[in-house]
Structures are given as structure tokens and as C-alpha cells.
Design a protein around this ligand. Structure first.
Ligand code: GTP
Length: 612
């Protein structure tokens, strides 16, 4: 590794809106540099860097992957370190941490779709970090590609010179060699100080059953060798480096890592919480100034996760624990509910993050889970203190006149939507129906054609966009709208807790925090849903939606006939016994809310239908 001094190293990432072709381009780069063999072409071609099953199914990258490659350019051998970044709004934290190990970024824009919401946000993130940006126009092989028009758009939006834009097809490989050339020629080499004390910046980590925590580091100065005794600036804990190397693209052990290089280390770290993202590792006994770290990712969407069969709780909890080892941004806390029994309350970066996690849980651990309605962290301000509440059960009853609550605030975000002009009306309506304010828009193209695209910005409560906003946005724009948001603080809001009563008993797992203006519509909708999924009981069951003491909606579930075995004719004793046996078994899985028996599956149905 010592042959690769800083001037022969380029650290870069590929940034793009979702589906614009990052993984495909990464694969081509790995192939062209001989890092991986050409994978079979055709429909079954599988991207190398997208590793998780859920990523492949959904076609999104969830966890950033890093790969080093060697590339000869004008008689010199270069070490190119690619840091793959995820492309969804929920993962912007991962985007930012991957960028911190780079000096440059390939900004990939789809030549058929043009600049989209996340193209803008990742561009700004890269610019803020002072990265050199290489604009790349992808998918020029497609008949629908409009290279001139999109290049003009990139010039208008990003101020990029058209002559700098590299037109390519990551699929066919056309133009990709020029990308390699540009990486070497345009991106500055890292500023390493090989003779200084060791400073290794920890930017990612994963967990290996045998070796413990594997950390990805970027060496800012000095040299890291196998056997070195190192310490964490953050935790002050000491370790010995048992293995280190580069990702090529799998782990390839080396003897050392030099200033400017990027690689992995194993050092007997047992707990993944010890690997603090943004930490600076140094040699034991040396005093260094740590690098500026990151703000830890803040969970913004919370939901309770429960097993369908309460007996499965230990298994589910174990699965959740194992999954959170690979996804450190998920926060976990135990909670219990009278309706659903033992469970965990998890915090996610956003709603897609939550969906991805649930799917991974189901895929990898075969776990059937009930997820409660997502909530965001609300601020409840009392006279003498402020409490963050992310569980509806803990939300105070503000409708109560004796309430000591002074004010409730909710998190708001600044949202941007990029959409063809014809959908602007629909998008505005959608935003207004979700309590958007400060709505504004401007044209992105100067052409004035009817297909001109518009960027719409607004300030909108986070709680309004965590459940089905994205789906609505997509369906009401025929899939053309793209969406991104950034946190914009907190705002006072008129929120209330809605409870659902079955036979006058509240069901805690179904509590919701909603805006007062929506209490009628939400109350009615949910009461109807409950009526549909709750099995009839031996007596009449009133279903009520209440806010404070006020009933805002009501449905009545009529009683069923008393004798459940009446339909079975006499004499068939075995059959009758079997039926009773079955009943007993399903009773076991029933939850008793007051006097009402509810199968756990009913919650699954209620909460699932709620999200659609
Ligand atoms: N025709 C054509 N299709 C391409 C090209 N590049 C990528 N694609 C296709 O576009 C789709 C998305 O490509 P990906 O590489 O998965 O996109 P991505 O940006 O990595 O997506 P995320 O990781 O989900 O953000 C895939 O179906 C690719 O086969 C290209 O140059 N031409």
C-alpha cells in the first residue's frame, strides 16, 4: 500500500437521485478496472454493490458500500476509492457521512428524467463539503434521452458548464472510460500527512459474528499497521488492530493503510455501539486533535413493533437486535401494551427507512409483525419543562380543561417537489390537504415547453408525510413527481389524542395523535375500519372514536348468535370436539380488551389497512 501516496489516490462517491444508475455505474467502474469479472449480462444481471435482498427487490441502496480499485492512467497506477451512497431522503445521514471521506463526487443525472429532487439535495450536500463535482449524464442509450435539454437544465440549476458534462450509458459502458479519466484528472488527491501522528476517521461499521465490529476508516494522517495499539477519541477505549485491509471489493487484508487511503479494520471491538461513526482513532499514547464528528442520526419516525403471536416476543426481539447491528440508525426501546403485550418501540430516520426495516425483518427472520401507526416526536411544553413524546400513549389529554400543558409543538420540514408543470395544481392541492404552508414554485426549464418542470417548495408538518404522502404524490403525478425534505424545526400546533373504545374500554395500541381539524374524518374512517375487521362477539359492541371526553365517531358491531356449535349436527362427536379444540386454540391467541375478545391478527389488519 505504501506505493500509493496521496497524489496517486482519488476518493470519490457517486451521488444521484434514486434509480438514476449509481449501482450500475459502480459495477461498470469495477469491471473496467478489473476489480470484478464481468457479471453475466442480461435480465439477471445483479448489481454487485447492492447486497441486501430488500435492496435488490426494491432497487434501492440502503447501506453504503465501499470499494477500492486500481487503475492505470498515463503510465501511472492509481488507487481509486469508491464510496457508494444510498439515494433516498431518509438516508441523507448516510449520504453525508460517506461524503466526508471523499474529495470528489460524480453527480449522475438520468438523461430521460432530468434533475430530480434528490439530485438537488445531494448536489448541495456535496457542494457544502467542498467536493469537486463531476457531472455525468446517464442512460444516453435510451431513445427517450434528451441530452441537450438535460445538459441545459444542469447548467441552469447547478451552474455547471455544459462542456464539463460527461454523457454516458452505464448500461452499455459507453463513455465510462471518460469517467475514469475525469476521476483521476479532475478530483484532487486527499491531503494526507504521512509523517504526522496517526488519525483514522471512522465513517462506517458493520458486524461480523466472528471478528466483532468491522469499521471502515479513512486515514487522515500517519500510517496504520496490523498489530498497532489504537484508542478511540470518543470512548477512550483501547484496542489492538488484528486485521486491516482494503475493500477490493471484498475484504483483502494488507499490512498497513497509509495517509489518504480508505479501508477496513478489525480490532476486537465486541459491541457495535463502540464503533462511533465520526470518531477519530489514534495510536495509544499519542495526543491528537480529533476530527469534527457527526451529529448522530436522529430518529424522526417511531412505531411499536409486536409479534402476531405474543409467545414469539423473545424471538422477535432477538431478530430486531441482530438487525440493528447492521443498521445503527434504528433506536430500540422496550414497551408493552395491554392490547398487544410485549413489544419494542423503534425509531427510524423516516417512513421508507421503517418499511425497509420491516421488510428486512420479515425476509431475513421470517417474522410476522404488527407495526403500530407511525408517530413523530412531539414537544409537549409544560410551565416548567418540555417533554418529547413519540408514543401516543404518553401524549397528554390536552382536551381536558385541567390540563397543565401550555403548548404542543410538532416537527416541520421544508419539502421540495419537482414535477412536470401539468401536475402543479394536483400537487398544490395535495400539499394543502396536508396542512402545507408557505407554498411557492418556480420553473426549472427555461424552454417554456408544456413538459416544463417546476419545483414546488413548502413547509409541512413531518407527521403529514410519514404515512402515505409519498404514495399519494406518486399516484397523483402518474409517478413523475420526486420529493425531498429537510428538517425545519418545530412549530406550535393544535394536536389532540384520539382514542378508540371498544365496549367503552380504550385500546392503547390504536391511539393516534392528530390535528384537531382532522378529528371527524379520521375518527369516522377508523371506526368503519374497526367495524370491518373486529369479529362479532356474543353481545353488541359499540366502537367509538373519542377525543378527550367527546365522541367524534361511532359504529356498532351487532351480536352474533350464541351457540357456535349449533350448526354441527348431533352424533358427530369427534367433529364437535375438534371444533371446540380449534376454538380453544384461537382463544389462546385472543386479546381481551375489557370484555371484547380480539385476535391479534385483527390489529395486523387494522394497522395495515390504515397505512394504505
Ligand atoms: N438503459 C439504461 N438503463 C440504465 C442505465 N443505467 C442504469 N440503468 C437502469 O436503471 C435502473 C436503476 O439503476 P441502478 O443502478 O439500480 O440505480 P441506482 O441509482 O443505483 O438506484 P438506487 O440505488 O436505488 O438509488 C436499473 O434498472 C438499471 O438497469 C443506462 O445507462 N441505460
Amino acid at each position: 500500500m505504501k506505493d500509493y501516496a496521496c497524489d496517486r489516490i482519488r476518493n470519490f462517491s457517486i451521488i444521484a437521485h434514486i434509480d438514476h444508475g449509481k449501482s450500475t455505474l459502480a459495477d461498470r467502474l469495477l469491471e473496467l478496472t478489473g476489480t470484478i469479472q464481468t457479471v453475466s449480462k442480461g435480465a439477471s444481471t445483479q448489481q454487485f454493490l447492492d447486497k441486501l435482498k430488500v435492496e435488490r427487490e426494491r432497487g434501492i441502496t440502503v447501506k453504503a458500500q465501499t470499494a477500492s480499485m486500481f487503475h492505470a492512467h498515463e503510465g501511472q497506477e492509481y488507487l481509486l476509492n469508491l464510496i457508494d451512497t444510498p439515494g433516498h431522503v431518509d438516508f441523507s445521514w448516510e449520504v453525508s457521512r460517506s461524503m466526508s471521506a471523499c474529495q470528489g463526487a460524480l453527480l449522475l443525472v438520468d438523461a430521460t428524467q432530468g434533475v430530480q429532487a434528490q439530485s438537488l439535495s445531494v448536489f448541495h450536500a456535496a457542494r457544502e463539503r467542498g467536493l469537486t463535482i463531476i457531472p455525468v449524464l446517464n442512460k444516453i442509450d435510451l431513445p427517450a434521452a434528451q441530452p441537450e435539454r438535460i445538459t441545459a437544465q444542469m447548467e441552469a440549476i447547478f451552474g455547471i458548464q455544459p462542456s464539463e458534462v460527461l454523457p454516458i450509458s452505464a448500461k452499455t459502458g459507453q463513455g465510462v472510460r471518460d469517467v475514469l479519466r475525469a476521476i483521476v484528472e479532475r478530483i484532487p488527491s486527499p491531503e494526507g500527512r504521512p509523517d504526522d501522528k496517526l488519525k483514522a476517521f471512522l465513517f462506517d461499521s458493520s458486524y461480523d459474528r466472528y471478528r466483532g465490529v468491522i469499521s471502515l476508516v479513512s486515514i487522515q494522517s500517519g500510517i496504520l499497521r496490523k498489530g498497532d495499539r489504537i484508542a478511540s477519541s470518543h470512548t477512550k477505549k483501547k484496542y489492538e488492530v488484528t486485521e486491516l485491509g482494503i475493500m477490493h471489493p471484498e475484504e483483502v487484508p494488507t499490512n498497513d493503510l497509509h495517509s489518504g487511503q480508505v479501508g477496513y479494520i478489525a480490532c476486537n471491538m465486541k459491541q457495535s455501539s463502540e464503533a462511533h461513526i465520526g470518531d477519530t482513532l489514534h495510536r495509544v499514547g499519542e495526543v491528537i486533535e480529533p476530527m469534527t464528528g457527526f451529529q448522530p442520526a436522529k430518529a424522526m419516525v417511531f412505531a411499536g413493533i409486536y409479534p402476531i403471536d405474543s409467545n414469539d416476543f423473545p424471538k422477535l426481539e432477538e431478530s430486531i437486535k441482530r438487525l440493528t447491528l447492521t443498521d445503527r440508525s434504528v433506536t430500540v426501546q422496550r414497551e408493552s401494551s395491554t392490547a398487544l403485550g410485549q413489544g419494542n418501540r423503534l425509531g427510524f430516520l423516516g417512513s421508507l427507512h421503517m418499511d425497509v426495516f420491516r421488510q428486512r425483518l420479515e425476509d431475513e427472520y421470517d417474522a410476522n409483525v404488527i407495526i403500530t401507526a407511525p408517530t413523530v416526536p412531539f414537544k409537549v411544553i409544560y410551565k416548567d419543562r418540555t417533554v418529547l413524546v413519540s408514543n401516543p400513549t404518553d401524549f397528554p389529554d390536552v382536551a381536558d380543561s385541567t390540563s397543565k400543558v401550555r403548548e404542543i409543538q410538532e416537527p416541520i420540514v421544508k419539502a421540495s417537489i419537482i414535477v412536470p408543470e401539468v401536475y402543479v395544481g394536483d400537487m398544490m392541492e395535495l400539499c394543502f390537504s396536508h396542512r402545507a404552508e408557505e407554498l411557492d414554485y418556480r420553473y426549472l426549464d427555461t424552454s417554456g415547453a408544456s413538459s416544463s418542470r417546476v419545483i414546488l417548495t413548502c413547509v409541512i408538518p413531518l407527521s403529514e408525510i410519514v404515512s402515505d404522502f409519498f404514495d399519494k404524490l406518486k399516484s397523483r403525478s402518474s409517478g413523475f413527481a420526486s420529493f425531498d425534505y429537510e428538517a425545519a424545526g418545530y412549530k406550535r400546533s393544535d394536536l389532540v389524542k384520539m382514542m378508540f373504545l371498544l365496549n367503552n374500554k380504550p385500546v392503547d395500541a390504536l391511539a393516534l395523535i392528530i390535528h384537531r381539524s382532522a378529528e371527524q374524518s379520521v375518527g369516522r374512517l377508523w371506526a368503519k375500519k374497526l367495524h370491518k375487521v373486529i369479529p362479532r362477539q356474543l353481545f353488541e359492541v359499540p366502537i367509538q372514536a373519542v377525543v378527550g371526553k367527546k365522541v367524534v365517531a361511532r359504529e356498532t358491531l351487532s351480536a352474533m348468535r350464541a351457540d357456535v356449535t349449533a350448526g354441527l349436527y348431533g352424533g358427530h362427536y369427534e367433529r364437535k370436539m375438534k371444533h371446540l379444540e380449534n376454538q380453544k386454540e384461537s382463544k389462546r391467541k385472543m386479546k381481551r380488551i375489557g370484555s371484547v375478545d380480539l385476535p391479534q391478527e385483527a390489529f395486523f389488519d387494522i394497522l395495515r389497512t390504515k397505512r394504505s
